[in-house]
Design a protein around this ligand. Structure first.
Ligand SMILES: [Zn+2]
Length: 268
């Protein structure tokens, strides 16, 4: 009998707030949610809800970040007029992020004139922001289409045993079955173990590229940043070689219309 128990995380929508998004590199509208966890047996809660904190999701790039509700006045509906939204939800935003907004102005005007140390810090930031998602992906088994194909291919390999035995003129199918089963297991294990790498490249690389594009990082800068993160055991860097990031940066950007999530026009 399968016994299902463990911890479940639940997120409850709180409302919308303005805040700075380090991926979009400007003030954006975020959805704010509180995050709670409870213990369950067969998905039935058996413990009190324990509050883990707050999470905010950028409505433009979908980056999830930790929130700070003491600073906010959340509104229930997505605001229609972005320009006045900072004043409504986070009036101290421009004071709290004054230094960061000044740096972002410089990134827009002349990214290569920034100090070397600052450039490396800014290049590293979007990688580090994706790190928790990679770590979470590594902790659990997730299926993508390649995993399902590997399961089908593995089953196919085993069912080929009589044909392969016939081709090899072997009367005993046992050894052939053993080899085919081992091949199938090796294939499935390899495809499942490389799922976090595919997830990182499919889902997280576009966000990293979006944040890096205005900085115009050189190959040597990217290589230095990726190398230092690998030495620190930051897994996202092991899945994204600098050459891969440079290749993605070289492709034309498909920047979307920012719409009501764009707060930059509200400055003044
Ligand atoms: Zn964003």
């Amino acid at each position: 009998m399968l016994f299902i128990w463990g911890r479940r995380v639940v997120r409850r929508k709180f409302g919308y707030v303005a805040d700075f998004c380090p991926i979009c590199r400007q003030a954006r509208i975020f959805m704010l949610r509180d995050v709670r966890v409870y213990r369950h047996v067969y998905y039935i809660p058996v413990s009190a809800f324990e509050k883990l904190g707050y999470e905010r999701t950028c409505m433009t790039c979908k980056q999830r970040l930790s929130g700070a509700p003491a600073e906010y006045t959340a509104v229930r509906r997505m605001p229609a007029h972005a320009a006045s939204f900072i004043q409504t939800s986070f009036p101290r935003l421009r004071d709290i992020y004054a230094e960061r907004l000044r740096i972002e102005d410089e990134v827009r005007r002349s990214p290569l004139s920034l100090a070397n140390e600052m450039r490396l810090r800014l290049i590293r930031e979007p990688f580090v922001l994706q790190s928790p998602f990679v770590d979470a992906r590594r902790r659990r088994t997730s299926l993508d289409v390649y995993c399902l194909l590997a399961l089908i291919a593995g089953a196919g390999l085993v069912t080929l045993t009589p044909i392969v035995s016939g081709m090899l003129h072997m009367y005993e199918e046992g050894p052939v079955f053993g080899v085919m089963a081992l091949l199938a297991l090796a294939l499935i294990a390899w495809v499942f173990s490389t799922e976090p790498r595919r997830f990182t490249r499919r889902k997280l690389l576009p966000r990293i590229v979006q944040a890096l594009r205005p900085l115009k990082p050189s190959e040597s800068e990217l290589t230095a940043v990726v190398k230092s993160m690998i030495s620190e055991g930051i897994h996202v860097a092991t899945y994204l070689r600098s050459s891969l990031v440079l290749k993605a940066l070289a492709k034309p950007s498909h920047s979307r219309a920012w719409g009501s999530a764009d707060l930059s026009r509200g400055r003044g």
